[in-house]
Design a binder for this molecule. Sequence first.
Ligand code: ATP
Ligand code: MG
Length: 314
Amino acid sequence: MSIIETEGLSKRYTALRGEGTLAVDRLSVQVEAGQAYGFLGPNGSGKTTTIGMLLGIITPTGGSFRLFGGSSPAELHAARQRIGATLEYPNFYPYLSCRDNLRLVARVKGRDESDVQEALDVVGLATRQKTKFRACSLGMKQRLALAATMIGDPELIILDEPANGLDPAGQREIRGIIRELGRRGKTIFLSSHMLHEVERTCTHVAIIEGGRLVHEGSVEEFTAAGTVAAVGAEGDLETLRLAVADFEGASNARIDDGRILVQLSGRGLSDLNRFLSERGIFVSHLSLERPSLEDAFMELTDGSGGTAGFGEVQ
Ligand SMILES: Nc1ncnc2c1ncn2[C@@H]1O[C@H](COP(=O)(O)OP(=O)(O)OP(=O)(O)O)[C@@H](O)[C@H]1O
Ligand SMILES: [Mg+2]
């Protein structure tokens, strides 16, 4: 049973005039138990809208979804009791302390003080628990939001851009907390527009653009598919490039920094080496380079990197 399963899920925001905005377009994704699932897309690609539909805040205009296998209103209601979630801008009472804000969350969820203490410990706010929310830094607010999702010991945690607006150190802290939640066996659904965030915290990734699914799979698989061989040899680079491009299974052979980079599918480096030596080319350097998620993404989107682009990479 999948924890989250969407089928052709769509949302069109209506406008007074014109067609409105198709924010989510026939989205079909699957999240299995224990995955840390990155929901990756540029600004405006439909991440928050999708999460809003899963949480029951936004009404879909097409398709369907299941949470913990259920899709009827009663089943979805029950399933949502098993979810901890933050939306883009977490809201707390400004005049209450971190601890008291969490106490309120605990009361609403029918939980006790021990949940509050544990959540404060996991996000590293135990020593700052008396700070009023209005006096918290952005990093503390984000950590408090994460703490709130943990209360009630949910099986699924849904996070919408949990590291939004944080500096690199703050982002690293949030990543550490998310990984800790993963170690505790939680299923995590994390939206982000930052490739590096997803690459470092997630086991699986869906890439969306303009509300549509571009790719879904394990992070491992995704970057392996884009594995690149680097080839160096004496002599003219263009001649080498043409020879490499002739190799069966080679694609996108290109000159890069005094060597040839090439995508290989099926056959490996030793075959390529033999192929080149049979043509009288003796390589001085041959290695496999596993690309980052960013490289793989660029490859997938034909180098454009998406319409809005993934500019912010830390
Ligand atoms: N309430 C709304 N009414 C009309 N259009 C909306 C509304 N909310 C979102 N949109 C539009 O739907 C599209 C998807 O927005 P959404 O907020 O889901 O994207 P996102 O991926 O979360 O973006 P970001 O990375 O900026 O948070 C955008 O074109 C946005 O302008
Ligand atoms: Mg959003």
